[in-house]
Design a protein around this ligand. Structure first.
Ligand SMILES: [Zn+2]
Length: 469
């Protein structure tokens, strides 16, 4: 019996089966209905043939050596096909299971998706690892009962103080010498002080690009209190702080699921600000009241971005970071952030500043001939801007323009350009990338008597607040 399906050259999607024994070549199967039908047809025909053979064998007829041989050959072939079919089924099931989380269960307006399933957490002993600081020089760590714990478990008491830096051999601690990266600094009594800042949990010392990297590992909920205290003023409403806590918790767990290095998050605006400043009572209460609550949508964590001031409308992630996957964000009309000091702003940019920004981006020129907005997103943020120079035109995204000239100087990508004297006058609205929750808007809603569920419902529409531990 011929097997035309197997002998055809492979085409289309291919699944490679693992070899049956080490060294045997792997076999290829095409995921085509034709292939499946071929296999079924083979099985059926073999069944019919074997049935015929079997019924003939039941007859008291003399054994035919040729028929017996054929019978054995067909039986072997059938067993072999069954084995292949089962292996194929298993492989297919495995592939499907692996592929399922990649299915996008959300409407397409959310853009590319970051598939972070809701973590299964049985308790609140979750910890998070934060890259606190990177230093070229000495870092002084203080605590009443300070000691070092080396990676091999050996401990060294430090008499209240450790001075660490990086030298050519890696992490170095005065009075101790060089140590393996990952050396832990622990205070038995309370937090560890660095300058006037205090950090609960343990600190880990690493060498990162010839600088000392200090990573703070601490319980997630304590970290969140530090984030909320650093991200919003202590005088803000408790509902705004609760909304901030839920967004920050969701963001932290999203980053934790994604981390493949010695730390989960940066302690700066690159992720969430965690500065080690004291946590006031209302901030602590806001974190406690939302203990374990995260934002979810369709079974996944929402990519809970947030920013200072939207200036009237929030932004879709894909218009800010086209390459970065995200989940569950929608652009919404704001309208509660008028009291923000960044609601409206004006800044003058000189041709020299534009030329040095262009040089930083690898475009050397000596004269600026124009600055023209080429395109905008739905929220009116600039998605492409042309700088015309004597050496040609460079085009940047609004976010890249901000990065090159300074995020603090160009507060948002939502601005108009006018020529003013020898400079360009930029008149804009809002502060930050504009994605997700508007922090000043959250405070505006809190002042207007809305609770944190209403705030989160506005900025992450379609999401649910779920308590996961
Ligand atoms: Zn706003």
């Amino acid at each position: 019996m011929s097997e035309p399906a197997r002998q055809r050259p492979p085409s289309g999607p291919v699944i490679v089966l693992p070899p049956r024994d080490p060294g045997a070549p792997s076999r290829r199967f095409r995921l085509r209905p034709g292939r499946l039908f071929g296999l079924l047809a083979v099985c059926l025909l073999l069944g019919v043939a074997l049935g015929g053979v079997g019924s003939r064998l039941l007859e008291p007829a003399p054994a035919d050596p040729a028929l017996t041989e054929e019978n054995r050959r067909l039986s072997d072939e059938l067993a072999s096909l069954r084995q292949e079919l089962n292996a194929f089924r298993e492989k297919l099931a495995t592939e499907l299971r692996a592929a399922l989380p990649e299915e996008d269960p959300t409407p397409s307006e959310t853009g590319p998706r970051l598939a972070v399933p809701i973590p299964a957490l049985s308790n609140d002993e979750q910890t998070v690892r934060v890259a606190l600081l990177r230093s070229d020089g000495d870092v002084v760590l203080e605590g009443q009962e300070l000691f070092l714990e080396h990676t091999n478990g050996v401990t060294t008491p430090m008499r209240g103080r450790a001075v660490a830096r990086v030298n050519k051999n890696g992490v170095f601690v005065e009075g101790v010498g060089n140590a393996q990266p990952g050396l832990r600094v622990i205070n038995r009594l309370g937090p560890i002080r660095i300058g006037d800042r205090e950090f609960p949990g343990t600190l880990e010392l690493h060498s990162d690009q010839e600088r000392l990297l200090v990573v703070n590992e601490l319980p997630l909920e304590r970290y969140l209190a530090g984030v909320v205290a650093s991200e919003v003023p202590g005088s803000w409403g408790v509902e705004a702080k609760k909304a901030q806590a839920v967004a920050a918790r969701t963001y932290a767990l999203m980053k934790k699921a994604d981390a493949d290095r010695a730390w989960d998050l940066e302690a700066t605006v690159d992720d969430q600000v965690y500065s080690g400043k004291p946590v006031d009572g209302s901030t602590r209460a806001a974190v406690t009241a939302t203990h374990g609550e995260v934002l979810t949508r369709d079974g996944y964590l929402v990519s809970a971005f947030y920013h200072s001031t939207c200036g009237g409308m929030t932004e879709l992630p894909r218009d800010v970071w086209p390459e970065q996957p995200s989940h569950g964000n929608t652009a919404v009309v704001g309208g509660f952030c008028d009291k923000s000091p960044h609601a409206r702003w004006t800044v003058d940019v000189s041709p020299e500043q534009l030329l040095s920004a262009a040089a930083r981006a690898g475009h050397e020129a000596t004269q600026v001939k124009g600055l023209h907005v080429r395109s905008r997103s739905t929220s009116e943020r600039i998605t492409a801007i042309d700088l015309v120079t004597d050496r040609g035109t460079v085009t940047w995204s609004g976010q890249r323009f901000r990065e090159l000239l300074g995020y603090g100087k160009i507060k948002s990508a939502r601005f108009e350009v006018a020529v003013q004297g020898g400079s360009f006058r930029l008149t804009g609205r809002g502060f930050g990338h504009g994605v997700g929750m508007c922090q000043w808007g959250a405070q505006g809603m809190s002042s207007a008597g809305e609770d944190y569920r209403a705030i989160l419902g506005k900025y992450y529409p379609g999401s649910k607040i779920e308590r996961i531990y």
